[in-house]
Design a protein around this ligand. Structure first.
Ligand code: HEM
Length: 402
């Protein structure tokens, strides 16, 4: 009997539906996986992925963090933002926004986040609604665009652009015309907003970035230009809109499959933050980030030569039984000190918005516990997104049970 060939295809239907059996085989059979079809390497074991996230001198972000960009030879100048930079440039850019996202600064946003969440939940049909389409898709973009300073009437539009720019059909690697159109429209929108804020600054992040000074390579300091500020806004708007949406949808699916865990939350609300961490570990909204190898890397008897795309599969690392006991079990009470949860990445690029994401997700779960202590997912209506490196659902209809 011949074993089935091990194929990891990040653009396949199978990947979007259930990548975990493939991850298991990759960790066991090919910890340094090579894809003949697309010509990339992939790391799946927790210790390898964590080490690679930290080693930016070997695994660079500067050529992009998805395959198509790396294959094209880099990030187009108009799309440049700190997620596509290595230190020291990355550190200088990140320090401009770090203080807006400290846990203390985020705590100050708690009332705004709560209001937005309550506003949207007050509008759902409380007997049956779609947790993602009617709720979790709507509020995160409003939170982050409030921070940026996007006027209220344009906030949902940002989400439609982000969705359209990330959408991929199975097998589609390159951005198509619809993807590009969304990228350009949102870029033009931010560019115009920056011009307005230059004339009339307000108490928002775009005005803050206009006023900021950044150190340059040569040693001097200058202000950011329009393209750089547009890059920040696009990155934050995108990262802030998509991922929490997915986390909340993934949570409601996992709790439906594990009702005893939902009951634990109903019994003890202090477990909500731990539940958020477990969803992030078990079914991370960001399954992978891609890097470009700047030098040869040797591991498990294989050499990844310099000049290659390398997938860092955090989604697999978080299910590695060598890192987590009963890794394939969804357990909100698990010992969180066993290993680093890689759901927010790790190292210099680890998620800037982690504190905000935790706050939003925890409040959303709290309110959903109030609204639907007992619920069932209407599985036939569930639909997964097919997006580049974002995993989750676009539709999770639920019926609230008496
Ligand atoms: C559950 C929600 C979220 C998840 C799972 C998530 C995940 C991640 C991951 C895995 C990375 C690392 C990327 C890399 O190494 O290449 C990252 C970076 C980043 N995230 Fe998040 N994120 C979430 C929410 C947010 C939110 C709400 C914001 C909004 C502020 C945000 C902003 C960013 C930014 C700006 C970066 C780039 C940081 C850098 O390059 O230094 N994220 N995120």
């Amino acid at each position: 009997m011949t074993a089935t060939q091990l194929v990891f295809d990040p653009f396949s239907e199978e990947f979007f539906t259930d990548p975990y059996p493939t991850y298991r085989r990759m960790r066991e059979e090919a910890p340094v996986y090579y894809s003949d079809e697309y010509d990339f390497y992939a790391l799946t074991r927790h210790e390898d992925v964590a080490a690679a996230f930290k080693d930016y001198e070997t695994y660079s972000s500067a050529r992009g963090i998805e395959l198509s960009m790396i294959k094209k030879g880099g990030v187009p100048p108009e799309s440049k933002s700190m997620i596509f930079m290595d230190p020291p440039e990355h550190r200088r850019m990140r320090s401009l926004v770090n203080k807006v996202f400290t846990p203390r600064a985020i705590t100050a946003l708690k009332d705004t986040v709560t209001e937005l969440i309550e506003y949207h939940l007050a509008r759902v049909d409380t007997s049956q609604f779609d947790v993602v389409a009617d709720f979790s898709a709507l509020f995160p973009v409003e939170v982050i665009s409030t921070v940026l300073g996007v006027p209220a009437e344009h906030r949902q539009q940002i989400r439609h652009w982000v969705d359209a720019s990330l959408h991929r059909e199975p097998g589609q690697i390159e951005l198509d015309e619809t993807n590009w159109e969304a990228v350009h429209q949102s870029g033009a929108f931010y560019y115009n907003l920056i011009q307005e804020r230059r004339k009339q600054p307000q108490d928002d992040m775009i005005s803050g970035l206009i006023a900021a000074q950044v150190e340059r390579d040569g040693g001097g300091t200058t202000r950011l230009d329009d393209i750089e500020i547009t890059g920040f806004a696009t990155l934050l708007g995108g990262a802030g809109a998509e991922t929490v949406t997915k986390l909340v949808g993934n949570a409601i699916v996992q709790f439906a499959r594990n009702p005893d865990q939902w009951q634990k939350l109903l019994d003890d609300r202090s477990k909500v933050p731990a539940a958020v961490e477990e969803v992030l570990r078990f079914e991370a909204p960001t399954q992978y980030n891609v890097r470009y190898s700047l030098k040869d890397a040797h591991l498990h008897g294989v050499t990844i030569p310099a000049g290659n795309a390398v997938f860092l599969l955090g989604g697999s690392a978080n299910r590695d039984p060598d890192a987590f006991t009963d890794a394939d079990q969804f357990n909100i009470d698990r010992d969180r000190t066993e290993a680093q949860n890689l759901g927010f990445g790790y190292g210099v690029h680890s998620c800037l918005g982690a504190a905000l994401a935790r706050l939003e997700s925890a409040i959303a779960l709290e309110r959903l516990l109030d609204l639907m202590p007992r619920y069932e997912v209407l599985w036939d209506g569930c639909k997964r997104v097919s997006m580049t490196n974002v995993a989750g659902w676009s539709n999770v209809p639920v019926r609230v049970l008496p």
